[in-house]
Design a protein around this ligand. Structure first.
Ligand code: CP
Length: 331
């Protein structure tokens, strides 16, 4: 028995790099979703593998900690039958002073086909993309405050799974917007998918100056921001990116901005709750909410595999064929 999954038919240009949302049209996002749909079924098979990236080498280059993104990229690449190498930057030659681009050139000399990059500095995946050989892809796995495109895609995919078409939904993003590459990318993705009611809810100290230009409504009071929301996405306080005390205390923050059964009464009764993780219980979210019936936090994690398979397959896979094959094909 041979596993076989073809990519859906497409008229879009091929995806080479995925650095942020700017080069993703609505059609391209929907193509990623259709491709991910076919990979969700791969996850339900006894043998969770397809041969699309057999013979390709994918390097995971993470200069910042990660559990969800790194692991789901690795699982996704293995399910696509690629050879995967994860570079532990704390014990690589980076620790001996090798420059970023020399590390990339070195790994490229080993016939790497794709780099998946996370870095604390905004713009690093773009820099790498400008220096790799033709035919080598770069996928941004989160850079500084700038972007985290596969996170936003899996968030949108999870909303679509639970609510259908996103355009008519009211979506609230709550928390540390200032330091959040996830929030910036979510706002861009929501706009691209036609959502017009996008709210951000945060204290003034946790909002970026440019927020007014992003096409969102700004709220400082949680109950107002959540009023009749269909979707509530909360965020971790990114202490590691705060250079000064922006909040009196975590206890105070939870009191005014924490998602609790009480504060969520303002949202629609069937509202879904998302969080990119890692979650800090009792800081931005109560355990009753995180583990409750409206929470789709763990489905987000699972969807990360299918979305990352789709992105990698579209970037480095064979030319799409005309007929999608949804299930195992006996030979
Ligand atoms: N959401 C997210 O990026 O989580 P990790 O830091 O665990 O990858």
């Amino acid at each position: 028995m041979t596993d076989r999954t073809d990519l859906p038919a497409t008229g879009s240009p091929p995806l080479r790099h995925l650095l942020d949302m700017s080069n993703l049209s609505r059609d391209a996002i929907e193509e990623i979703f259709r491709t991910a749909d076919s990979f969700v079924s791969v996850g339900a098979r006894q043998v969770r593998k397809v041969p699309l990236l057999r013979g390709k080498t994918i390097v995971l280059l993470f200069f910042e900690p990660s559990t969800r993104t790194r692991t789901t990229f690795e699982i996704a690449a293995k399910r696509l039958s690629a050879d995967v190498v994860t570079i532990n930057t704390s014990v690589s030659a980076t620790a001996k002073g090798e420059s970023l681009l020399d590390t990339v050139r070195t790994l490229q000399a080993m016939q790497s086909d794709m780099f998946v990059v996370r870095h604390r500095d905004s713009g690093v995946p773009h820099l790498i993309a400008r220096h790799v050989d033709p035919g080598v892809s770069v996928i941004n796995a989160g850079d500084g405050w700038h972007a985290h495109p596969t996170q936003a895609l899996l968030d949108m995919y999870t909303i679509r799974q639970h609510k259908g078409d996103l355009a008519p939904l009211s979506v609230a993003i709550v928390g540390d917007i200032l330091h959040s590459r996830v929030a910036r990318t979510q706002i861009a993705a929501l706009g691209r998918l036609g959502v017009t009611d996008i709210r951000v809810v945060a204290p003034k100290t946790l909002l970026p100056q440019e927020i007014a230009s992003l096409g969102v409504r700004v709220f400082h009071q949680l109950d107002r921001g959540l009023a009749d929301a269909d979707v509530v996405m909360t965020l971790r306080l990114q202490r590691e990116r705060m250079s000064s005390a922006l909040l009196p205390s975590e206890r105070e923050y939870f009191r005014f901005y924490g998602l609790t059964p009480k504060s969520l009464r303002a949202a629609k009764p069937d509202a879904i709750i998302l969080h990119p993780g890692p979650i800090n219980r009792g800081v931005e979210i109560d355990s009753v909410v995180a583990d409750g019936p409206g929470s789709v936090i763990l489905p987000q994690v699972s969807n990360g595999i299918a979305i990352r398979m789709a992105v990698m397959a579209l970037a480095a896979g064979p030319t799409p064929r005309q007929q999608p094959v949804e299930s195992e094909t006996p030979r």
